[in-house]
Design a protein around this ligand. Sequence first.
Ligand SMILES: C[S@@+](CC[C@H](N)C(=O)[O-])C[C@H]1O[C@@H](n2cnc3c(N)ncnc32)[C@H](O)[C@@H]1O
Length: 372
Amino acid sequence: MTTETHGTETDGAETERTADAFVGRIFEASTGMLDVMSVYLGDQLGLYRALHGGGRATAGELAAWGRIDQRYAREWLEQQAATGILEVDDVAAPAEERRYRLPDAYVEPLLDLDSPFSIAPLARTVVACAKVMPKLMEAYRTGGGVAWSDYGPDMIEAQGDFNRPWLVGSFGTELLPAIAGIDERLVADPPARVADVACGVGWAAIAIGRAYPKVRVDGFDPDRSSIDLARRNAHDAGLSDRVTFKTSDVANAEAGQYDLAVIIEALHDMTQPVSVLASVRRMLRPDGVALVADEKTEDAFTAPASTTERLAYGFSIFTCLPAAMTVRPTAATGTVLRADVVRRLGTEAGFQSVERLDEPELDMLRFYRMTP
Ligand SMILES: C[S@@+](CC[C@H](N)C(=O)[O-])C[C@H]1O[C@@H](n2cnc3c(N)ncnc32)[C@H](O)[C@@H]1O
């Protein structure tokens, strides 16, 4: 994600407390939600890709390229132009003859999943939350949960795609080398072993395998569909021989074998973070390191909060907390995992030191280094 997208300003949260300002804010946000869902349609139906490939299109052409109904194509194109996403050649032309195009500047945000500007996955995660609303309502009433797998491919794939730009872009090549002690071990002999714990669809494991040609990486995640996709991603990257994945947590992982374990944006999702961290500590060699990336939270609760923290709370109420409420007992930390809580979890798991790293800096996540 780009810094421009997620500043630390409170933005819309700090509105004047009048009925007028509040109505305006929610009206604007609702229009924004409709934009988000329209982006989901364009993304998941392949309409943006069809427009990018085909150039200026009429409703009939887009319907044919995207294999969708022509009447829906026309309405979606009009909505996209009306909301300022697509450009239209001649607004005065008859509806069926009007031609629409995807502006060049929006190609990367909408179509390039490796780009730091990629934004379609965020829209997809928001829609994934909306899709499980009846289950969420039920969980809120009963104190139950909504399993991560219940959010389906929209959440599972889009979560991976959301972190993918920085993972494939700079994790292995810039961020890890900037953290003292890690790069030296990953380039040394005998070849290092790395664990990607809660690996999701595998981009961190793949990034490390690609940046360090000797290392072996094992990804662990209890979600089968994530592991299936992680395997496909590693295969497509030509790394299946050194980057492998297991549908399991790390409770029974080999002890004392790993030089590095990473947990990327997942500690706050765990029902038993202390026991997972204790397993990670056991997996590491005595001189190994655990690197945890989790939300870049404020040090204490604050309201109104920054855009980054608002986004984290938004996903907390719709995804991360409900997913962590599926099992009892549960730590149920919620997404907004503050630095003092990470320190406590690491210490309770038996790590000798838990260090908050403010460098290297990411827009939405912060690194913590834990040593056994
Ligand atoms: C928000 S996703 C992050 C996935 C990935 N690290 C990424 O950055 O895209 C959280 C992941 O934690 C996994 N998870 C939850 N509890 C776990 C546990 N006890 N052990 C390992 N993984 C777990 C979930 O299945 C899910 O894939």
